[in-house]
Design a protein around this ligand. Structure first.
Ligand SMILES: Nc1ncnc2c1ncn2[C@@H]1O[C@H](COP(=O)(O)OP(=O)(O)OP(=O)(O)O)[C@@H](O)[C@H]1O
Ligand SMILES: [Mg+2]
Length: 156
């Protein structure tokens, strides 16, 4: 993972095993700070939730608490030691920009929080106040995934 003082540079990484994906997620987690937004792209079963479990684990959240929040759209995990609040969104069921606007993501960006957003392609035109990073996942084999990690640019 290539990082600069200002952020993350565009990276493409192939992970051929769950362990390899876990290692990549740990690297990303170590780079995250309060106020960040991580946007996930990728088909059903690509590994968005798998990756978020690992990120949450880094902050001390038990991984089995982390599941796709499909029905509630958002789940919140409080990570004790590092005094961080993780808000995990799943926009799969969102159909239009009006429904997205309903969320007012800014309201979730309190001083201690990090946002994870699955199905970020549902967002449409939007800007975020904090640093935003995109994680795009492509299924390239039964056990293999390609991750493109890049600074997120509004309405990409
Ligand atoms: N190299 C890999 N990295 C990550 N996940 C992998 C890998 N190989 C296989 N998998 C499997 O892919 C699946 C990813 O499921 P996951 O629920 O994380 O997908 P998702 O992108 O969140 O899907 P959904 O859109 O349904 O929420 C898991 O069952 C995981 O075990
Ligand atoms: Mg998921």
């Amino acid at each position: 993972l290539k990082t600069e003082s200002s952020g993350i540079s565009r990276n493409k990484t192939v992970c051929k095993s769950l362990m390899s994906t876990r290692r990549l997620a740990q690297e990303v987690a170590a780079f995250l700070k309060k106020g960040d937004i991580v946007l996930f792209y990728g088909d059903l079963g690509a590994g968005k939730t798998f990756f978020i479990k690992e990120l949450a684990g880094f902050f001390g959240v038990p991984k089995d608490l982390v599941v796709s929040p499909s029905f509630n759209i958002v789940r919140t995990y409080r990570a004790g030691e590092k005094n961080i609040v993780l808000h995990h969104f799943d926009l799969y069921r969102i159909r239009n920009e009006e429904e997205v606007a309903f969320f007012e993501f800014e309201d979730y960006l309190e001083e201690n929080s990090i946002l994870f957003i699955e199905w970020a392609d549902r967002l449409g035109k939007i800007t975020f106040p904090g640093r935003a990073i995109s994680v795009a996942i492509t299924i390239t084999g039964e056990r293999q995934r390609e991750f493109t990690i890049a600074p997120w640019i509004s309405s990409q």
